[in-house]
Design a protein around this ligand. Structure first.
Ligand SMILES: Nc1ncnc2c1ncn2[C@@H]1O[C@H](COP(=O)(O)OS(=O)(=O)O)[C@@H](OP(=O)(O)O)[C@H]1O
Length: 408
């Protein structure tokens, strides 16, 4: 199985990528880290109505957004929220060239990977949110300078457990039966020169644009953390997904309904394994750079919550969010139990799917499909979409309907 999206015959060679890559791959930090932006998004404090704060102050909803879709970190669920908000507000998306579901990952991002971008008349898009390997100078070419940058992290232990199941065909994993076996002799199976090695080590570090086999000295780690801090306005934590959504709507000045979601891309519990402590420790050590990123930004996440929301309001808002999600689940979902309905032929068995109720009213239909699809799904009326790994995207301003396999 190949996980690399082939680059199509694009008009120019990959000059930008090659020059940035030299530094990144040898472990040096990219040039953009030298010019740290001191950047602070003011929290919107929006609670009920869009653009109006709970304290009566107003803020303007943010519509220019870069979301780094870090693998296996609940990023599809966040992407769904962005698609829904974008479509409802007529925003433009930086879709991948050629109709793919990712931006030529695992190559470092280049502006020309985006459909409709031209260096001669650069076009700015509101939202950039497909899988990419981050490279800020190129990202800046396709979004307005006012864009808010954010991402979501996951504990590297669980992230790698998920990655192991999902990317079992990756070269580092294909010859082992279990994660334990891989970790007993990782260098026997892991080849740092292989094109898909990042699925097996420091996947978050890689997605942020750095070398997953880089130096772990404190100085180097500090530089990496500073670089991420300078590029990203805030980072969310998937273990605290609901708290993250409250922070997200606060930072973007959105209302609560805009961040309601159903978990997407979730595995069935039969494929999840409880890891013994010894394996957990090995995973932390093996993914040391990811561990440093995660622990650092987990701390700053809670500091930000304290600063912008406070624990008491956070509790209230999380409760309200869960209530709203339960209401929508009752209105939209027939079930999540795969034994109740035939699996979609393209939905791998280990991924949970949702089935929308048949016979939804026209008004409910729009709302439910928005909540349920990783992309913007427009199935034929009268059909029952069983959604899991499908991405169907339509942006009437930009493209005809596209449908492609999502995240596999
Ligand atoms: N709301 C919420 N809260 C917590 N965790 C969640 C949520 N939504 C999705 N998930 C879990 O995220 C995992 C899938 O991540 P991604 O969508 O980023 O995967 S992918 O890289 O796009 O394939 C996948 O993890 P695993 O089930 O462990 O594989 C999902 O269960």
């Amino acid at each position: 199985m190949s996980f690399t999206q082939p680059i199509p015959n694009l008009p120019q060679p990959l000059q930008a990528e090659d020059s940035y890559k030299t530094d990144l791959e040898t472990g040096f930090l990219p040039g953009w880290t030298e010019a740290f932006k001191v950047k602070e998004v003011t929290a919107g404090e929006g609670q009920q109505a869009r653009g109006v704060t709970s304290q009566g102050k107003t803020c303007k909803p943010k519509t220019d957004i870069v979301f780094l879709k870090v693998h296996k970190s609940a990023s599809s669920t966040v992407m769904n929220i962005l698609f829904r908000f974008g479509e409802m507000h007529n925003l433009t998306f930086a879709f991948p060239q050629g109709g793919g579901y990712q931006l030529y990952y695992p190559y470092h991002f280049l502006a020309r990977f985006v459909q409709g971008f031209s260096p001669l008349s650069p076009r700015r898009f509101n939202i950039l949110c497909h899988h990419m390997r981050f490279l800020q100078p190129e990202v800046q070419k396709v979004v307005p300078s006012s864009a808010v940058y954010f991402s979501i992290l996951r504990n590297p232990v669980q992230l790698m457990e998920s990655s192991f199941v999902y990317y079992k065909g990756a070269s580092a994993f294909s010859r082992v039966r279990s994660l334990e076996e891989f970790l007993s002799q990782p260098w026997r199976y892991y080849d740092p020169t292989s094109g898909d090695r990042h699925y097996a080590r420091n996947l978050m570090t890689f997605d942020f644009g750095f070398n997953p086999d880089g130096d772990v000295s404190p100085e180097r780690v500090q530089l990496m953390l500073k670089a991420i801090e300078s590029s990203f306005d805030f980072l969310l934590i998937s273990e605290y997904f609901d708290e993250s959504m409250v922070l997200l709507k606060e930072m973007l000045c959105w209302d609560l309904d805009s961040v309601v979601s159903f978990p997407l891309n979730s595995r069935d519990s039969s494929t999840k394994s409880l890891l013994p402590d010894s394996v957990v420790e090995k995973l932390k050590a093996w993914n040391r750079l990811d561990w440093e990123i995660y622990t650092h930004f987990n701390r700053t996440f809670w500091e930000r919550i304290e600063r912008h929301i406070g624990r008491e309001r956070l509790r209230r808002e999380v409760r309200a969010l869960r209530q709203r999600q339960a209401e929508l689940a009752r209105a939209c979902l027939q079930g999540t139990d795969q034994s109740l309905f035939p699996p979609h032929p393209k939905c791998p068995r280990q991924l949970l799917a949702y089935t929308l109720f048949l016979g939804l009213q026209e008004t409910q239909w729009g709302y439910c499909r928005h909540c349920n699809s990783p992309g913007l799904l427009r199935p034929a009326r009268g059909t029952v979409p069983a959604l899991c790994g499908f991405l169907a995207v339509q942006d009437s301003q930009q493209f005809m309907q596209k449908c492609s396999v999502f995240s596999l």
